[in-house]
Write a protein that binds this ligand. Structure first.
Ligand code: MLT
Length: 387
């Protein structure tokens, strides 16, 4: 029997967080009390009102049958309500919203609709690994756009060679940004619309962190930008906003043709999310969002504990105004890998090496604010001991 894997699978890099979990398990097996600041997986529970909605929804026999692969109309209407209240957007729930089994799933599947083998996809680097992986699954070629500190971690669109821009089918963006925590200005989004229209490129915006904002900042939706609905699709996730990573629920919204194409792919690949999950998720989206405000306060305090602690150690840490990631320049003499290995082996702290998100992330590590203030203080003290 020939179990030779396809080229597209052979070209995949090891999945970053699977690798990180493996290393963490090795250290834990030695009895170390690990402080995990690795994957961005909220430690606090899903709000009670969402769990209660699920408990009711799970008892309804109508939810036990095949779901709609595009999501129930009531879930899509709830997403529309959220988008209207939060960003002033008015998408048609019939044609401009599609539920997804967590935004990761839709991010990986969407390119199937548009990317032919050898087509170019513009991918931010460092960036969420799935933009590149989705490109590889289609046999496409990622053109990596470096996100550099000098350019506020925004891609420099003018640095993209004209022949690359002309061949590109998709540009991926993600603001507030993972892993750098940078935020995009409305002016930058306007520049993206003009660039995309001039070069006939579809804009895919990952808005997974739109609600994780601090100090009064409110991240805009890319789709608020004039002209964005003509060329754009935006991926939203309930994972981080409502502590629902395990539930696998998100949605995409945007241009009806792009949403239609995503629905076409998904109807052939999956049969949608469990509609009981969608009912519970709708309760979250239609709520007064006071839960989100509470989480924002918690993350603000955690951020300050970690950033103040790192600064007291002379480590250059940027105080993010959004996302629950702190993007940290490694001290002189270290690489991303040597510093994260030191943290893991000598201090029992898991962080994500910046180069794991792409080569321009070399020289940085990412810490997620996914443990309590006490544990973050302890992490700082352990680090003090090691440095
Ligand atoms: C991350 O840590 O970058 C994210 O949590 C991964 C994900 O959302 O799949």
């Amino acid at each position: 029997m020939n179990f030779e894997k396809s080229q597209r699978i052979k070209r995949l890099p090891p999945y970053l967080f699977v690798e990180l979990d493996r290393k963490k398990a090795q250290i834990q097996a030695k009895g170390v009390d690990v402080i995990d600041l690795g994957i961005g997986d909220p430690d606090l529970p899903t709000p009670d009102f969402v769990v209660d909605a699920m408990a009711k929804a799970i008892r309804k026999p109508k939810n036990h049958r095949y779901p709609s692969s595009q999501g129930s109309l009531s879930f899509r209407k709830a997403a529309t309500t959220f988008l209207r209240r939060r960003f002033g957007l008015e998408p048609d729930p019939e044609t401009q919203v599609c539920a997804c089994i967590g935004s990761k799933e839709a991010i990986a599947h969407f390119p199937i609709a548009f990317v032919e083998p050898e087509d170019i996809v513009l991918v931010p680097s460092p960036g969420y690994p799935v933009y590149h992986i989705g490109t590889l699954f289609c046999g496409g070629i990622s053109y990596f756009m470096p996100l550099l500190e000098d350019n506020s971690f925004l891609p420099d669109l003018s640095a993209i060679p004209q022949d690359v821009a002309e061949k590109a089918r998709i540009i991926w963006l993600n603001y507030p940004n993972n892993p750098t925590s940078a935020c995009a200005t409305k002016e930058f989004f306007q520049e993206v619309v003009e660039f995309a229209k001039a070069n006939q490129i579809i804009v895919c915006h990952d808005a997974a962190y739109s609600e994780m904002c601090f100090d009064g900042y409110k991240a805009p939706s890319f789709l608020e930008t004039p002209g964005a609905m003509d060329i754009g699709i935006e991926f939203h996730s309930l994972s981080k906003t409502y502590n629902m990573t395990g539930w696998r629920i998100g949605f995409a919204t945007g241009n009806p043709e792009l949403i239609g194409a995503l629905k076409q792919v998904k109807s052939n690949v999956d049969s949608g999310q469990f509609e009981a999950v969608e009912e519970a998720a709708a309760a979250a989206l239609e709520s007064d969002q006071s839960f989100v405000a509470t989480m924002q306060e918690i993350y603000t305090k955690r951020r300050n504990v970690l950033v103040d602690g790192l600064l007291s150690l002379g480590i250059k840490a940027h105080r993010p105004k959004a996302t629950f990631y702190v993007w940290i320049k490694v001290p002189k003499g270290y690489t991303s890998s040597s510093f994260s290995t030191l943290l893991l082996e000598k201090a029992g702290i898991v962080c994500t090496p910046g180069n794991g998100f792409g080569e321009p992330g070399e020289g940085y590590v990412r810490m997620a604010l996914t443990v309590s203030e006490e544990r973050l203080s302890e992490a700082v003290e352990r680090l003090r001991g090691v440095l």
